[in-house]
Design a protein around this ligand. Structure first.
Ligand code: CUA
Length: 436
């Protein structure tokens, strides 16, 4: 081999390698998908948890198959032509050809047939996933707000926020609306992302499989909606029909003030969980428990079933603190809350002063796991900081800063008139935490 042909051979090999490069990505993707187990990827949408997910997954598999087939045929043909017809030393230039009717008809007809193969199942999937929900479906009205989720269960008379309980084995029909700008509702594990559009109602329905019972899932907003779009999250708890009935019956009723969440039934975890539910009540909970007998509340998703990927990890911003050593008193908190500006925006069933509808319904706040639309864990400490300065905790928060002397980024001024002291804030946090 002369040095000249050696160089040419190297150049041809490099060209071939460059042409092979596009193969790398699909190969890696196929290997990755083959290993896609839903438990290992808790937010994956590629699983059969609902009929919508199944339809989407089957369509995806079919499209991937045809796309891969076309890709392989084209690449094999390309490589064959590149190597079979490459220029040889001393060869004259090939003669030019113009037009080939048979070839042109073939390369028009073949893509048309391929598109038909793709279009038929796609259109079928669109009609299947847009069909009307069964009459027996659980109705859930989803209202997107900047930046939180309101959930109403009209059949049960329940209004709640940011935490969605869904029974398995029963179709759930979401009526999707927005109070302000566009949002998009998506629970990746259950599938069927759909937009919330101003002045119209979109619908989405599916049936969580029985195998999904007692799972905590993430939900997100997927349409850019302003400063805290990324902080507009929610949690979904899939539960058995009996657990749902228990939860719904309690949610419908006014909060049991000072009640404790019943200890979970698993003996191994019962002591830890029981002590945790006391902690969730805070120092306050203990003060109340001595005054009133603990009243059990309806089903609450068990803490030990909450998987790490659904637990908020956000910490309070540096510089935002509550004076150390304060102990909250729920009854005092109820009084402060009932004469503060809180009542203008929030509703608490059972507290006649609190009838606002602008902000999240707080009736059973103490039995929720998250605050700030899934951004923070619902602890008395974080709740107090949230009350003190919500805009500092969450960019763009419409809830104003309430702590006396706090800087309110919305009004660009310090809170003076009507501002709450740290003691009042801790008391309110104790009151809200006691609302089971
Ligand atoms: Cu709501 Cu993005």
């Amino acid at each position: 081999m002369s040095s000249n042909s050696g160089v040419r051979w190297l150049a041809a090999s490099l060209r071939a390698a460059r042409r092979l490069a596009p193969l790398a990505l699909p190969v890696v993707a196929l290997v990755a998908l083959a290993g896609c187990a839903s438990e290992a990827y808790p937010n994956t949408t590629f699983n059969y948890t609902t009929e919508v997910n199944e339809i989407t997954d089957q369509l995806w598999d079919r499209l991937l198959f045809w796309a891969t087939l076309v890709f392989v045929i084209v690449q094999v043909g390309l490589l064959y032509i590149v190597f079979r017809f490459k220029a040889k030393p001393g060869q004259p230039n090939p003669s030019h050809v113009h037009g080939n009717t048979a070839l042109e008809i073939a390369w028009t007809a073949i893509p048309a047939v391929i598109l038909a193969f793709i279009a038929v199942p796609t259109v079928k999937a669109i009609f299947q996933t847009q069909a009307k929900a069964p009459a027996t479906a659980l109705q859930v009205e989803v209202i997107g707000h900047q930046w939180w989720w309101e959930f109403k269960y009209p059949q049960y008379g329940i209004t709640t926020a940011n935490e969605l309980y869904l029974p398995t084995g029963r179709p759930v029909n979401f009526a999707l609306k927005t109070a302000d700008v566009l949002h998009s509702f998506w629970i990746p594990r259950l599938g069927g992302k759909r937009d919330l559009i101003s002045n119209r109602t979109n619908y989405l329905w599916f049936t969580p499989r029985d195998s999904m019972a007692l799972k905590a899932l993430n939900g997100t907003c997927n349409e850019y909606c302003g400063a805290s779009h990324a902080n507009m999250k929610f949690r979904v708890f899939t539960v058995t029909p009996a657990q749902f009935a228990s939860w719904a019956a309690h949610q419908k009723a006014p909060a049991v003030f000072g009640a404790v969440v019943p200890a979970p039934v698993t003996p191994a975890t019962a002591p830890a969980a029981a002590s945790e539910s006391t902690t969730r009540g805070g120092q306050v909970g203990t003060a109340l428990a001595s005054a009133e007998p603990a009243t059990p509340v309806g089903f609450v998703f068990p803490r030990e079933r909450i998987e790490p990927h659904t637990i908020p990890t956000a910490t309070a911003p540096a510089g935002l603190t509550i004076q150390a050593g304060l102990t909250g008193d729920a009854e005092r908190g109820r009084q402060v809350y009932s004469r503060s500006s809180c009542i203008g925006c929030h509703k608490i069933a059972g507290n006649p002063a609190s009838a606002g509808v602008v902000g999240p319904n707080l009736t059973h706040l103490g039995s929720r796991y998250t605050i700030g639309a899934g951004l923070y864990a619902n602890t008395p400490e974080l709740l107090a900081l949230w009350i003190k300065n919500a805009p500092a905790m969450k960019p763009g928060s419409i809830m104003p800063a309430l702590g006396k002397g706090e800087w309110n980024p919305a009004t660009k001024a310090k809170v003076t008139l009507g501002g709450l002291t740290d003691q009042e804030i801790v008391d309110i946090a104790a009151y809200l935490t006691a609302l089971k």
